[in-house]
Write a protein that binds this ligand. Sequence first.
Ligand code: CU
Length: 171
Amino acid sequence: MLRFSCAFLLGITASTAAFAHASLETTQAPTGSYYTAVIRITHGCNGSPTKKVMVKIPEGATSVRPQPKPGWNLHIIKTKLDQPYKDAHGREISERVSEVHWTDGKLLDEHYDEFRIRLKLPEAPPGTVTYFPTVQECEQGVHRWIEIPQPGQKASELREPAPAVTLTAKP
Ligand SMILES: [Cu+2]
């Protein structure tokens, strides 16, 4: 029987818990840069397979393009912009992608998978944390990785923290 020291076990538990939730592969990126949000789904809901993954896109993110996945249907939800703008090609943009849904799939609890969205991050001061609230629906049960830490609170203190990326200064 393998024995672990309490601190080591605590260390393992803390780090694997954070890693074991829905989280982003890259958690720091320059403000306003092109970024691939890789949302990692590392387990189901109490053993039940994942059948739907819905991701909310942060305000200010543009050029949002999700990656299709074999065996899953892909839905892009758009919302009208209060203030339309012209993109880099001079085209008038009057709506933004506000959510991306992968549906009708099956990811077993014992398997791992990644859900990818390419986008341009918001322009915001370095240190700003940008969240991708994610709802993971299973055949039985659901995980709502949507909790945002209050000022002074750590994400690791939350039961279902939202995947997050911290914006850094432009290189
Ligand atoms: Cu978890």
